[in-house]
Design a protein around this ligand. Structure first.
Ligand SMILES: Nc1ncnc2c1ncn2[C@@H]1O[C@H](COP(=O)(O)OP(=O)(O)OP(=O)(O)O)[C@@H](O)[C@H]1O
Ligand SMILES: [Mg+2]
Length: 237
């Protein structure tokens, strides 16, 4: 599915990511965790083409995406929900979602329809006619996820989906995200809340100062969370 090899990137002359190698398999939920400033968002931006890497490769389904612009990476099935969601505030929920449909890549096997998104997020279905800027943060996050899904990705990348949201909304969102694998969609989840991540992620990578410093394998989340030394060193907890 997705692999990065020896990825390096940063801002101007400042290198942030160094030798980052991660892998997301078909239908897998993989998490990236790490303290503030570890480089998680920089990794997301580099994978979706908003920052050009200075070294290394990004490969998806055997295709080298490293030199492709963002919109072409979307054509290869990557969709992303960035930290600030970037919705069209003045447009209604329905208009935001329809715009995504227009831009979607051609249908994949398990196509997500407009009606599906209403079933996944009944709360936003009730607000289809509202301008997005009038919605709560949690509702906007749901619209952002629905919009990303309508691009028909097979890999959804999310940067800190739980930030600023009430626990109940986070639970609703997690339930939807956890169900995506059944539709053949893999998930790369950046999240500081490790307890939350451990509920849905199969595996994880721990980032610190721009490097992958630890991996969490299947069934290893509880052990990782119980390891005070590791958690303190890498998550500042
Ligand atoms: N546009 C930018 N220009 C220069 N430096 C930046 C820029 N964006 C981020 N950085 C720096 O890159 C480093 C990694 O930041 P990044 O946002 O990737 O971390 P993060 O792990 O996502 O942190 P957080 O958990 O706070 O979101 C930080 O030292 C940050 O100051
Ligand atoms: Mg970040």
């Amino acid at each position: 599915m997705l692999e990065t090899h020896q990825l390096a990137s940063g801002y101007g002359k400042m290198t942030i990511l160094r030798e980052v190698g991660i892998r997301v398999g078909d239908g897998e939920v993989v998490a990236i965790v790490g303290a503030n400033g570890a480089g998680k968002t920089t990794l997301v931006r580099t994978i979706c083409g908003l920052i050009a890497p200075s070294a290394g490769k990004i490969v998806k389904n055997g295709v080298d995406l490293t030199q492709l612009p963002t919109h072409k990476r979307m054509r290869h099935g990557i969709a992303v929900v960035l930290e600030n969601r970037r919705l069209w505030g003045e447009l209604t929920v329905r208009e935001n979602l329809r715009l995504a449909e227009v831009n979607a890549r051609s249908a994949s096997s398990s196509r997500i329809t407009f009606e599906d998104t209403a079933k996944l997020f009944p709360v936003i279905a009730e607000r289809h006619a509202s301008p997005v800027e009038l919605l709560s943060g949690g509702e906007q996050q749901m619209v952002a996820i629905a919009r990303a899904l309508l691009m028909q990705p097979d890999l959804l990348i999310m940067d800190e989906p739980s930030t600023g949201l009430a626990p109940k909304i986070v639970k609703d969102i997690l339930r939807v995200l956890g169900g995506l694998r059944e539709r053949g969609i893999s998930l790369l989840l950046v999240e500081q809340n490790v307890a939350l991540v451990s509920e849905i992620a199969d595996r994880g990578y721990v980032m610190s100062v721009g490097r992958i410093v630890h991996t969490v394998g299947p069934g290893e989340w509880a052990g990782f969370l119980a390891d005070e030394k590791l958690v303190k060193a890498y998550l500042g907890g």
